[in-house]
Design a protein around this ligand. Structure first.
Ligand SMILES: O=C(O)c1ccccc1N[C@@H]1O[C@H](COP(=O)(O)O)[C@@H](O)[C@H]1O
Length: 222
């Protein structure tokens, strides 16, 4: 099975259309005010309507409270939630029940023990997303264009399904896939011309190149 491709931080219909046409599998919409990719609920709802269920949309949230979960579900109506904060396994489980949506849980990675942190989410999250751990004090938990040591995911016991994100771009995605054998690759900054400015050509070339991966460079689990 091919590795899935998620284009994150989509803000316009043009970028959504370019990503869908090139063969993206998920579109990420960010609802986190400090991000240059932040959307209002109304903008998110309009994008989800325009995508019209052609591919799943993912609402990216950081430590959301129940009120935010309810607003996202009722006004934006995404297909997935991505939890990119410090949500505990218990909180992820509660959010899944409340939203009735599948969940992608981001796990920040800097060293080997961080990969083990994913164990607590295996039974709860639908996809684990390993992303580069932000430096202490950073107000951006993701979307920073920073990568981590992919060798940390080269062990066969990494919980599946899992995705890789953090500093991916068209120039390094094949190497990331060859080292980690992921189920999903996820990109934001690497397909932008400036923070928050997605570039149609960069989106297309990231997707085209990721699709070139040989089956043995893709995930081992079928
Ligand atoms: O993209 C954002 O602005 C963002 C904000 C808050 C949490 C997560 C965010 N994005 C996620 O982070 C990964 C890595 O981003 P990058 O490619 O290194 O820029 C991205 O794929 C999103 O899932």
């Amino acid at each position: 099975m091919a590795v899935k491709i998620k284009i994150c931080g989509v803000q316009t219909n043009e970028i959504a259309e370019a990503a869908i046409e090139a063969g993206a599998d998920y579109l990420g919409l960010v609802f986190f005010p400090p991000s240059p990719r932040n959307l209002s609920f109304e903008q998110g709802a309009r994008l989800v309507k325009a995508v019209d269920a052609r591919i799943p949309t993912v609402a990216v949230l950081v430590d959301p409270d129940d009120e935010l979960i309810d607003r996202i579900v009722t006004t934006v109506n995404p297909d997935y939630l991505q939890l990119h904060g410090s949500e505990s396994p218990e909180r992820v489980a509660a959010i899944k029940v409340r939203s009735e949506l599948p969940v992608i849980k981001a796990v920040p990675v800097e060293k080997a023990e961080n990969v083990d942190d994913a164990a607590g989410y295996i039974e709860i999250a639908d996809i684990i997303l390993f992303d580069a751990k932000p430096p202490k004090g950073s107000k951006m938990p993701g979307g920073r264009g920073e990568r981590f040591d992919w060798e940390l995911l080269s062990e066969p016991d990494v919980p599946r399904p899992f995705g890789v994100s953090g500093g991916l771009d068209a120039g390094n995605v094949l190497e990331a896939m060859a080292v980690t054998h992921p189920d999903l690759v996820d990109v934001s900054s690497g397909v932008e011309s400036a923070p928050g400015e997605k570039d149609e050509e960069l989106v297309r070339s990231f997707i085209n190149i990721a699709k070139l991966a040989e089956p043995e460079e893709q995930q081992a689990a079928q």
